[in-house]
Design a protein around this ligand. Structure first.
Ligand code: DX5
Ligand code: ZN
Length: 218
């Protein structure tokens, strides 16, 4: 049976002057989650939004909140993001020496946990954590900004994760984030990704309902 594809529009590409309407648009488009990028200006060369904005998004919708932390010391901020309604907290493998403790604490808070990998980071470094994870996120651009071009070397990592998932009989989602459109989405799905994050592509289309459908079926 074909794996069900999940789609999370990335709020980074939304018009922040009308954030409530943008969240409602995502809701109406039958998206599976809303992807929220948190950047600290240190781990990545950009600053985005913080817990207060996540709380505002949470008040606007019942959508699943997929929080992508691009920050150093993610452990120190878990409670904050749990408090404001995160359903899934994904942090970067490169951002902390306490990967294990951070995974454990997110789980202890009753939330789903994801581990993210930059394009140049080898995924094989992290296989020992796999059985505790709900999701593995492969960056297909250098994190920090939307509107970048898809980096095709991510496809090998997706395939490796798919094979490991099968061999170890695990059940984590394989998410891909950055430069996703109809063409790149289908390349990722073919290799085993089942969760697509798309910012620019989805927010630049006239009809997000149609575009989410297209991504799910490509
Ligand atoms: C990049 C972010 C992405 C970004 C994707 O650092 O993690 O979630 O919003 O944007 P697009 O789809 O425009 O590449
Ligand atoms: Zn992201």
């Amino acid at each position: 049976m074909k794996n069900k594809i999940k789609v999370a529009p990335s709020i980074l590409a939304a018009d922040f002057s009308k954030i409530y309407d943008e969240v409602k648009k995502v809701e109406k488009a039958n998206a599976d989650a809303i992807h929220i990028d948190i950047m600290d200006g240190h781990f990545v060369p950009n600053i985005s939004i913080g817990p207060q904005m996540v709380a505002a998004i949470n008040r606007s919708t019942d959508l699943f909140l997929d929080v992508h932390l691009m920050i150093y010391n993610p452990f120190d901020y878990i409670e904050k993001f749990v408090e404001v309604g995160a359903d899934l907290i994904t942090f970067h493998f490169e951002a902390t020496e306490d990967v294990e403790d951070t995974i454990n604490y997110i789980k202890k808070c009753g939330k789903k946990v994801g581990l993210a990998f930059n394009p140049e980071t080898s995924f094989s470094l992290a296989t020992k954590y796999l059985e505790k994870l709900d999701l593995v996120l492969f960056m297909s651009v250098h994190p920090g900004f939307g509107r970048q071009k898809f980096i095709p070397s991510v496809l090998e990592k997706i395939e490796l994760a798919k094979n490991l998932k099968k061999d170890l009989k695990l059940d984590f989602d394989i998410q891909v984030d950055g430069g996703i459109d109809i063409v790149t989405a289908s390349r990722c799905i073919n290799k085993g990704a089942n969760f697509l994050v798309a910012g620019t592509y989805l927010f630049s289309q006239k009809d997000m309902i149609e575009s989410v459908k297209k991504l799910k079926n490509c």
